[in-house]
Design a binder for this molecule. Structure first.
Ligand code: NAG
Length: 322
């Protein structure tokens, strides 16, 4: 009798443990552990498909008030996210001019994400990273040495390459950074950008990076500018074996302002959900523009509470729970 009861408890425990919630906030690091890539799919420690949904912080140099522990608590609790992206500015008086301050800001976010049991992207937020290779190597060396042992950490080596060549410029840059990271961290996920704002995945497909594990390529989309034609392109590269991760998307145009395109954004979300792909919204910001999830003067510790959401935030936050 006693053993039957024990058996029932174990079965029940297993069921509870395995049930996965639609609310990203419930799908934490302690539940899913170390991530890896299986085929084109991001998977958890048990090899099961896992979708991460969350928020990107805004450029560190322009929105430092949200690069704080109280805001990261809110990202988890009120933005219903299991991932936050630390978009660390490189130019514009960012890392190139003041690496100490920028590093401290990134570390604050990483440590708050670890405390919140969510994943975190250390993003070299640069449009000209190939011109800053040595600095980028220094940054990823330090981050991977200090936090590479945490399953929370994801690296993004190059935010958005502009219209430059993949094979001769972007790919060799990534290979240098991957080498630096892998010396300290053999297996956390590394996200890689492609030309034309992370949309020229065809160039990547023609000449992908070889001999690496747990790398994914980033897709960025803004539904005013990027519609079915981009989903078709990405579906094709995935069908041909490239793993894709949406490390940034907005609900408006790529300029960050103008109309919020609810219907087209929903088409994107439906397609991403069908493919169990991860997505991170631009941006957790209260700047006066459509891409911002927060209204002006939202307090750091109340980010994503209902009364502080913009038109975009009112779409994005419920989606993180679906
Ligand atoms: C975004 O557009 C609104 C409405 O036209 C305008 O008031 C606001 O200043 C714009 N934001 C930026 C950052 O240009």
């Amino acid at each position: 009798m006693k053993s039957l009861l024990l058996f029932c408890l174990v079965v029940l425990g297993t069921l509870i443990n395995q049930s996965s919630s639609k609310d990203a906030a419930q799908e934490t690091v302690s539940k899913h552990g170390k991530l890896s890539v299986k085929g084109t799919q991001l998977v958890n420690q048990n090899g099961e498909a896992l979708q991460l949904k969350g928020m990107s912080l805004f450029w560190s140099v322009w929105m430092p008030k949200y690069w704080t522990k109280p805001t990261i608590d809110s990202v988890h609790n009120y933005c219903h996210s299991n991932i936050v992206r630390a978009a660390m500015a490189v130019e514009y008086d960012g890392y190139l001019t003041d690496p100490t301050t920028q590093m401290q800001m990134v570390e604050t976010v990483i440590e708050a994400a670890i405390q919140n049991d969510i994943y975190v992207i250390a993003d070299w937020h640069d449009w000209h990273a190939e011109q800053h290779l040595e600095q980028a190597k220094g940054f990823f060396e330090q981050i991977s040495k200090k936090y590479g042992g945490y399953p929370n950490l994801i690296y993004e080596t190059y935010n958005e390459p502009l219209d430059i060549a993949w094979s001769s410029v972007v790919k060799p840059y990534h290979e240098e950074i991957i080498k630096v990271i892998r010396a300290n961290d053999p297996d956390n996920i590394i996200l890689l950008g492609s030309p034309h704002y992370d949309q020229e995945l065809d160039q990547v497909l023609a000449d992908p990076i070889q001999g690496q594990t747990n790398i994914m390529y980033t897709l960025h989309f803004y539904p005013v500018d990027t519609k079915q034609w981009l989903r078709d392109r990405i579906q094709n590269v995935m069908n041909n074996g490239l793993p894709i991760f949406v490390s940034e998307y907005g609900t408006c145009a790529g300029t960050g302002n103008g109309t919020v395109e609810a219907a087209e954004t929903q088409l994107w979300w439906d397609w991403l959900d069908q493919n169990q792909m991860s997505y991170v919204n631009w941006a957790l910001s209260d700047k006066d523009e459509s891409a911002s999830a927060l209204i002006a003067n939202t307090p750091a510790e109340q980010a994503c509470q209902d009364q502080y959401l913009t038109e975009s935030g009112k779409l994005v936050i419920p989606q993180n729970k679906k």
